[in-house]
Design a protein. Structure first.
Length: 157
């Protein structure tokens, strides 16, 4: 779970998650998410964007502390609904920052995944995929797995 110990270093924020120490420029990350990006407009992605607007308080706080707009994900994959009826997604977000302690791992098939909530598991990586053009460097990637409900009126085929 989250370590609540963090402090601000000028405009950078140092966050601790498990034994990861991250140096994140939260304000610059927020600025990057204000830019218009190329987001997929398929029904599954539209459902994800909408579902991410009403997440649990702990998930909302997690994304907010890193400067991430969770409704803007430019690398996203949807999988069939789980037995619990929730839709399974994997993807990644980008932040302006770096890992200052611990070697980044990929979340997929990794025992190093961090549980933020029952439905959200994350990891950090320097193996960058689909970073939006012009994104301020250094870039750190947050890989995630999440289950969300279907919230759109229109249903998939």
């Amino acid at each position: 779970m989250l370590l609540l110990t963090s402090h601000v270093l000028i405009s950078r924020k140092q966050e601790g998650y498990n034994d990861w120490i991250l140096e994140i420029d939260v304000e610059e990350t927020k600025t990057q998410y204000l830019k218009k990006g190329d987001l997929c407009d398929c029904l599954y992605c539209l459902n994800f964007y909408e579902a991410m607007k009403s997440r649990s308080e702990i998930e909302f706080q997690f994304f907010n502390r890193l400067g991430i707009n969770p409704s803007q994900c430019n690398l996203l994959s949807h999988f069939d609904p789980q037995e619990n009826g929730l839709h399974f997604y994997i993807g990644c977000y980008h932040m302006v920052g770096k890992v200052s302690n611990k070697t980044p791992l990929n979340i997929m098939n990794s025992d190093g995944a961090i549980e933020i909530s029952n439905n959200l598991h994350i990891g950090f990586s320097n193996d960058l995929e689909f970073v939006p053009g012009g994104f301020t460097r250094p870039v750190l990637q947050l890989d995630f797995e999440i289950e969300v409900p279907w919230v759109l009126v229109e249903k998939p085929n």
